[in-house]
Design a protein around this ligand. Structure first.
Ligand SMILES: Nc1ncnc2c1ncn2[C@@H]1O[C@H](COP(=O)(O)OP(=O)(O)O)[C@@H](O)[C@H]1O
Ligand SMILES: [Mg+2]
Length: 321
């Protein structure tokens, strides 16, 4: 299987100094449902516009289907379906008329057009509303019409920019179900600022924060990082004895010594950082060691995850992890 999307130091600077996308290098394999996760303002939409060749990178490039994407790459864009955030459609049109119009833009012949729009209207659940004016549609119905429109050209790659944005729980569920279903046949690149949405449907994930790529890999590996916390200790005394005690401590997930004086202790989500530090200092004094320094390894990855997690805890992602 090949790579459908390859970003190569992709960079976009707006004006003189707003670096919206900063040296990003994500790759998407054929057949993946790739979740593009990041808080609001992280650079997701800008990256997607670069992917589609709607804007030019300031530096670096992106290849789609192995070819460099540029504003002139209409041959590549024909193979992509795109659903923007909160799409808008002509309010006086009906789904049938609108999809017919989209099919004409793609120069699909009448017979094939009718066949496709009938199939799509059914598969996105708009059959009962296919002759109603779009003006009266709910956000969920508009989103489903957006999916149908993005699929009209039978694309190999589907790019969805925050498709769950503005939806109620029922709309969110049906949208995620639709993505999972479509993912059986197509490569999907879907952005979201909601971890639990990505968790529900994606096979792989790329995290972006303040324009920078901060994680890329499987959902499983991402959860490992989120759930672990590390405290770094610098100690004086019998480190071996201390390590023995760590092995027996229930709150310790793992540890690693660095030289003769340092140890990184990983603890799980069951206790807070404050509690872990208290446990550590108790252990140190009980064993008669001297504590030189304590620090938590707050790498940029963790910082970014923590920022994401702040408004995530209520959504149940941590419980599901
Ligand atoms: N056309 C533009 N001109 C100037 N700044 C922009 C433009 N588009 C986006 N930005 C800025 O780039 C940053 C990333 O925005 P965006 O890609 O829309 O983030 P996201 O989709 O992750 O919310 C934001 O600071 C935003 O204000
Ligand atoms: Mg956006």
């Amino acid at each position: 299987m090949g790579r459908v999307i390859e970003m190569d130091n992709l960079t976009k600077i707006f004006g003189e100094k707003l670096i919206a996308v900063n040296n990003v290098n994500f790759e998407v394999e054929e057949g993946a449902i790739f979740g593009f996760l990041g808080p609001n303002g992280a650079g997701k939409t800008t990256t997607i516009r670069l992917l589609l060749g709607l804007i030019r990178p300031t530096a670096g490039e992106v290849r789609v289907f192995g070819e460099k994407m540029t504003p002139g790459s209409s041959n590549l864009r024909r193979r992509i379906g795109y659903l923007p955030t909160n799409p808008r459609f002509p309010p006086t049109m009906t789904p049938i008329r609108y999809l017919d119009f989209v099919g004409k833009l793609f120069r699909i012949g009448r017979e094939e057009r009718m066949k496709r729009l009938a199939t799509l209207i059914r598969s996105v659940g708009l059959l009962g509303d296919s002759s109603r004016e779009i003006a009266g549609f709910s956000t969920g119905m508009v989103t489903r019409l957006g999916f149908a429109a993005a699929l009209m050209n039978d694309p190999e790659l589907l790019i969805l920019d925050e498709p769950t944005s503005g939806l109620d729980p029922a709309g969110r569920k049906s949208t995620l179900d639709l993505i999972a279903e479509l993912g059986k046949q197509k490569t999907i690149f879907v952005s979201s600022h909601i971890l639990s949405d990505i968790d529900r449907v994606c096979t792989d994930v790329g995290v972006i924060g303040e324009g920078k790529g901060i994680f890329s890999g499987s959902i499983k590996d991402m959860k490992k990082i989120i759930r672990s916390r590390v405290i770094r200790l610098e100690l004086e005394g019998n480190l071996a004895k201390f390590c023995e005690a760590l092995k027996a401590a229930q709150w310790v997930v793992g540890f690693e010594t660095r030289g003769d004086f340092e140890v990184d202790i990983t603890f799980g989500p069951a206790i807070s950082m404050v509690e872990a530090v208290r446990e550590v200092t108790n252990l140190v004094s009980r064993l008669g060691l001297d504590l030189i320094s304590v620090s938590s390894s707050t790498s940029s990855v963790e910082d970014a995850f923590m920022a994401l997690l702040r408004d995530e805890e209520s959504r149940g992602f941590l419980r599901a992890a």
